[in-house]
Design a protein around this ligand. Structure first.
Ligand SMILES: [Zn+2]
Length: 78
């Protein structure tokens, strides 16, 4: 097995061919991104490296819209 396939981020699958069973490798899908404060799933953020983009507002891809709103209101009030 080649070194790059030994990673935990690769999925192994046994494929039956007419002659023998062979191992094939696929990259595992990443998990969903979650809000750092409340843990809600963030929409519009890709699950894989280099795929998708983050919302172009402050804390985009890090906090959900409700938590961003809370933080902004707190910062204005203090
Ligand atoms: Zn949140």
């Amino acid at each position: 097995m080649r070194g790059m396939y030994r990673s935990g981020s690769m999925k192994r699958k046994k494929i039956k061919t007419p002659k023998r069973t062979v191992l094939r490798f696929r990259r595992k899908k990443g998990g969903l991104h979650a809000c750092a404060e409340c843990g809600a799933v963030l929409h519009g953020v890709g699950t894989r490296k280099g795929k998708g983009s983050t919302p172009s507002r402050i804390y985009g891809g890090y906090l959900c819209h409700a938590c961003v709103r809370k933080r902004l209101v707190e910062s204005v009030r203090s």
